[in-house]
Design a protein around this ligand. Structure first.
Ligand SMILES: *[C@@H]1O[C@H](CO)[C@@H](O)[C@H](O)[C@H]1NC(C)=O
Ligand SMILES: *[C@@H]1O[C@H](CO)[C@@H](O)[C@H](O)[C@H]1NC(C)=O
Ligand SMILES: *[C@@H]1O[C@H](CO)[C@@H](O)[C@H](O)[C@H]1NC(C)=O
Ligand SMILES: *[C@@H]1O[C@H](CO)[C@@H](O)[C@H](O)[C@H]1NC(C)=O
Ligand SMILES: *[C@@H]1O[C@H](CO)[C@@H](O)[C@H](O)[C@H]1NC(C)=O
Length: 435
């Protein structure tokens, strides 16, 4: 049983996007929800979540953020200001209050929560002289672009993010806020991003990522369900279940989940699990012990160290030798000719501790590259990559993943398609908040 929090939480209810928001008080709720989209117009497939930001001088306060479960910090297209007086914010711009270099948060983020990357320059203070000779000094922080891997500069701010509230089955018009320090970067930082995506939303275990800042929900848990098509809408939840997907409107998705421990990693705020072996048609490919497997929402395909990759390719080509091969299409090495028939291949099982298994069926193992060619969607990461296995997003599509940060467990469903539902089946119909 969950305790219903006796807190009343400030909820912003937008009367209309063009007009100013009013603040109301709503009954408590157990969780919040946001829509997720797939983008195929950047260098690699990426996924965004739509979250409402503070509507200063922008027509639509909703903003699309790349989902990054590894990012230590949230950053997006905005500017920092010292005095947020009426008229100070340029039109069509998100303006937020600056964190000064002298404030505790600046040192805290710079020393503990900033992106670690050898290409990042040292962080310096930037001073600005204001009318009346007031000297303000902003707090620049390094941010690493998850699309290009390059380092950029952003300015630490006081930010606000709002998500729709829910009670398990319905989505309410009321919004619930989180108020972390985030960072503002110029629009040029997002040039390599998919169209209309202007930020990075951190879902890591960092105290500056979104989950930690949703602390007032009854449980520090979030769940991600990535859609397989750009035209479908997937879903992201914060707070505990139940979770319902159509058409089985009375089946809690948690009944499909198996659980495995989330591991801590000294150099990362991201999420790791133990994979003991990879099993293909009863034959096990053992994974060296003491190697953690990383989960990534930025890597499009599961990436394996060469020794593991080669053994998987050998085994998989053996069990699919009756299928017609095709010339490999980069970055893949094992491809099939699908000009006459669709492809059905054996499952690939990630064997986890305590006898749990995460099953990849054909939809999560084989990527249709062209109308005639489909490939095993695993990538060779080289002989020395660390960690040796990174599970990427193609393997997550239409899988339900619940990250419980309190109990450090990952709940995973394997393909929802085998349960006659998908990540595109959440009912986003808004109903009026029960005030
Ligand atoms: C930035 O300013 C703060 C406060 O004045 C100071 O403590 C810190 O050493 C400065 N950092 C750098 C890199 O100059
Ligand atoms: C980006 O947003 C604009 C304005 O909302 C819209 O017209 C356009 O179709 C969007 N582009 C994409 C690729 O989503
Ligand atoms: C697939 O097979 C068909 C029929 O054998 C052939 O015409 C076609 O060129 C092949 N396509 C590829 C990409 O190998
Ligand atoms: C979390 O862990 C505690 C202690 O092990 C257990 O009693 C509880 O049921 C767990 N909660 C969930 C939601 O798994
Ligand atoms: C979606 O939710 C709304 C509001 O609760 C409900 O009226 C509608 O029937 C639901 N749609 C489906 C397909 O169940």
């Amino acid at each position: 049983m969950y305790l219903i929090p006796q807190l009343f939480i400030i909820v912003l209810a937008f009367i209309s996007f063009e007009h100013e928001a009013i603040i109301t008080y709503a009954q408590s709720y157990t969780s919040v929800v946001a829509p997720v989209h797939k983008h195929v117009d950047a260098a690699k497939p990426l996924y965004s979540v739509q979250i409402t930001t503070f509507p200063v001088n922008v027509q639509d306060p909703r903003e699309n953020f790349l989902i990054d479960i590894d990012a230590p910090l949230i950053w997006h297209e905005c500017i920092v200001q010292w005095n947020m007086h009426p008229g100070s914010c340029p039109s069509n711009t998100r303006c937020t209050s600056s964190v000064s270099c002298e404030e505790y948060e600046c040192t805290h983020v710079r020393t503990s929560y900033t992106y670690k990357n050898p290409s990042c320059p040292p962080e310096t203070n930037i001073s600005t002289t204001m009318p009346g000779n007031w000297i303000y000094c902003t707090c620049p922080v390094n941010v690493v672009n998850p699309v290009t891997g390059s380092c950029g500069q952003a300015f630490l701010n006081y930010d606000e993010f709002y998500l729709n509230t829910r009670d398990g089955r319905n989505v309410f018009t009321g919004l619930s806020g989180a108020f972390p320090n985030a960072a503002c970067a110029p629009s040029s930082s997002f040039a390599s991003f998919p169209a209309n995506v202007t930020g990075v939303m951190g879902f890591s275990s960092s105290s500056y990522a979104l989950p930690f800042n949703m602390y007032y929900l009854v449980r520090n848990t979030f769940a991600i369900c990535l859609p397989s098509k750009p035209s479908s809408t997937g879903v992201l939840f914060f707070g505990p279940g139940p979770y319902y997907l159509l058409p089985q409107s009375n089946v809690d998705v948690r009944s499909y989940l198996s659980y495995t421990p989330l591991l801590k990693h000294p150099d990362s705020f991201g999420y790791y699990i133990n994979v003991n072996s990879i099993v293909i048609k009863k034959r096990s490919i053992e994974i060296p012990t003491n190697t953690a497997t990383k989960l990534s929402t930025i890597d499009p395909y599961t990436t394996l160290r060469t020794d593991i990759y080669n053994r998987i390719i050998r085994r998989f080509s053996m069990v699919t030798k009756r299928l017609r091969p095709a010339k490999p299409v980069a970055p893949f090495n094992l491809c099939y000719n699908t000009s006459t028939t669709g492809l059905k291949v054996p499952d690939i099982d990630f064997s986890l501790p305590d006898g749990k298994k995460w099953t990849l069926s054909t939809t999560n193992s084989i990527k249709q590259v062209t109308s005639e060619v489909a490939c095993l969607a695993f990538v060779d990461g080289g002989a020395t990559i660390e960690p040796p296995i990174v599970i990427g997003t193609f393997q997550f599509e239409d899988n339900f993943l619940e990250f419980d940060l309190e109990n450090s467990t990952l709940g995973f469903s394997s393909s929802l398609l085998r349960k006659q539902t998908s990540c595109a089946n959440f009912n986003f119909t808004l109903i009026k908040s029960p005030l």
